[in-house]
Design a protein. Sequence first.
Lengths: 175, 258
Amino acid sequence: MNDMVQLIEPIIPALRRYARGLVRDRSAADDLVQDCLERAVGHWHQRRADGNPRSWMFAILHNLAVNRFRGQKRRPVHIEIDEAAEPDVARTANQEQTVEVRDILRCVDQLPEEQRSVLLLIAVEDLSYAQAAEVLGIPLGTVMSRLSRARNRLIELMDGAATEQLSKPFLRRVK
Amino acid sequence: MNLRPISEEELHAFVDQRLDVRRREEVAAYLEAQPAVAKRVAAYGRQRELLKTGYASIADEPIPSQLNLASIVERQKRPALASWWMSAAAAVVMLCAGGVSGWALRGVTQSPQGIAALAQEASASYAVYAPDHVRPVEIKASERDALIDWTTQRLGRRVAIPDLSASGFRLMGGRIVATAHGPAAMFMYDDDHGTRLVMLSRRMTVDQNMPMAPQTSGTLNGYTWSDNGLGFSLVGPATPDRLHPLADEVRKQTSPDI
């Protein structure tokens, strides 16, 4: 039992971060992580003893998130850059964060869920490609093609965001 | 130098630092000669940095109390108390807040799901039918075909009746039993000492493919698993050492492709 706590506890911050990337809303993300922890505790004896607990936890979390999206019969609400309310976008932002960081957080939110999850697992959580494949239950080749699409799409979105910054600098604060 | 062509995958592996030293140098040399590709790869790298920075603060936040692992473990140790308390709390909320918000809490009051639920249902079927000396089964082993027809019709899927005679257990017969998750097929076996085993099988909407998990309550042991949307639980008053190979045998016979 102590074993379990020692293995799971250090993963919680990363689980929260990944959940937030998936569902955006802070309390919904933490509810998801809570579900994930409950399942992990309840099913601890069922995990493969030689498996990586980190991948296993991420897989549980990911499946719960996907089931939740399905249950809602739709993906989380798509938010246009211009419509994104400031507090939501600034959810992780602090004063020192650059415009570029804020832009990428907005842009990554616009990626389709399947591309976003691959990118977050690899670029933010530092999972290996094989671990990401295991977490998402997809072949390695699919991981690579989604990663590639995610990154290229993100370049386009970031270019768009940068252009927008330049072209309408004065329209932002009108209200 | 004859350079192995660089693949798109390797460009990503370069960014994610997943290449070995030698290949990393080869890719770096290639990028020096290919400014357009280098620009794209640099953009990938910049994305990585920005994402790391952007999401870093979430992992640094203090962990909210709802995610306190010790209390989650504690709660699961006392499932009966916890669920009583939660049901009571949910009932209060429903009374106060009315139907709509109460309905939103239905998840909280749900009983176990998936194979955990199936394991409970198998134990309950054992407790009700195995001690029955008058009519433990509805259809006897001699009418095996009728039993298969009935269970197939009610479950909407054919469940093979495992043959455990090599391990000394004879099929007594079976019946359909009610569960909160729909009809289940129950088959009962006994050996020369009168030890009875119950196998319960039903369709699964949750946990459609789960590895075999052991369960114990009092003197009753069991193994529960699911394959391709069909769940199985074998329970009986036998030791895990004796029951486990029987469960493996059941699994082998019910899912020939495993």
